[in-house]
Design a protein around this ligand. Structure first.
Ligand code: NCD
Length: 308
């Protein structure tokens, strides 16, 4: 069902398609070795026009663990992009060499535009500006399912930069299609979720939602608290960034307000928003979450290539 599709936005897949993907991801988590030759002879290209650690490495590790190979750039200045090549020409060229590609780009919509130039190669959006980051959502959802069984009937807290945080936008877009989801959105006034998320995603799907500027009163009822960093690179001026960057810091003291099974997630990289003392708390799940990202990307590659 998913063979040959692109994943640019969470709405590109149906609920059934996501189910199919997560079922395979669970099989991979249980027995990753079983899949270690599944992609022999296949090539994944990673086109990163913006910095990344987890997303690029987890895609590359995923392909290598499937027995496939990788090509790509993480520093566009080392490719023909530095000579002024357009995305259209780059992507058409990549299709000559690779079976599947992953793109991260600072401009919103760039990966969607790139799909216009493709014939058969699936393209995956690994983050476009402050817009969407659907494979981080796959990582987040697999983590939720592994910790609590399913996504339905849960309270999800989001804290930090909800305006520019693309992982937040994709996660909320996904969750809004599921029953019994409640959202608690905690941010400074200036960094609240964009209007289109509030109106076209949250309100349109009748998702119960509270917007607040304190986390302590709500932490006890949360199943998950998704912390995010303030997205410095998307600010227009440095003063605003400095004023807002340390507004919410989750430390040991604040963790006392969380429930015994309130799990802490973070897409990473972390800056200051979670003190390192919290890492020892069994409810801190962000490093396990990063690992799950590799498994779910293995499942995504297999599905889009039509191998499983
Ligand atoms: C996020 C991203 O790039 O949007 N990181 C990630 O992919 N794991 C979050 C961030 O940069 O803050």
């Amino acid at each position: 069902m998913l063979k040959g599709k692109h994943l640019i936005d969470p709405s590109d897949f149906t609920r059934d398609e996501f189910r199919e993907l997560f079922d395979l991801a669970h099989q991979i988590v249980k027995n990753p070795e079983k899949f270690n030759k599944s992609c022999e002879g296949k090539i994944l290209a990673t086109l990163f026009y913006e910095p990344s650690t987890r997303t690029r490495f987890s895609f590359e590790a995923a392909m290598l663990r499937l027995g496939g190979s990788i090509i790509g750039f993480s520093e566009p200045n080392s490719s023909s992009v530095a000579k002024g090549e357009s995305i259209a020409d780059t992507i058409r060229t990549i299709e000559c060499y690779a079976d599947i590609a992953v793109m991260r780009h600072p401009k919103e919509g760039a990966p969607r535009v790139a799909t216009q130039w493709l014939n058969a190669m699936p393209l995956i959006n690994a983050g476009d500006g402050g817009h969407q980051h659907p494979t981080q959502t796959l990582t987040d959802i697999l983590t939720v399912e592994l910790l609590k069984g399913n996504v339905e009937n849960k309270v999800y807290g989001f804290c930090g930069d909800l305006k520019f945080g693309r992982t937040v936008h994709s996660f909320i877009k996904f969750l809004s299609k599921y029953e019994g989801v409640k959202l608690i959105l905690i941010s400074p006034e200036e960094l609240r979720v964009p209007e289109y998320i509030r109106e076209e995603v949250i309100k349109k799907n009748n998702v119960p939602c509270i917007e607040a500027d304190k986390m302590e009163p709500y932490m006890g009822e949360m199943d998950f608290l998704y912390m995010t960093r303030v997205q410095r690179e998307r600010f227009f001026n440095e003063e605003d960034y400095i004023r807002l960057k340390d507004r919410f810091i989750l430390d040991k003291e604040k963790m006392k307000f969380a429930g015994p099974e309130t799990y802490i997630l973070h897409p990473l990289p972390r800056v200051n928003e979670i003190s390192i003392e919290v890492d020892e708390d069994p409810r801190a799940q962000y490093f396990q979450q990063a690992k799950n990202g590799m498994y779910v990307r293995m499942a995504l590659i297999l599905k889009l290539l039509g191998i499983y």
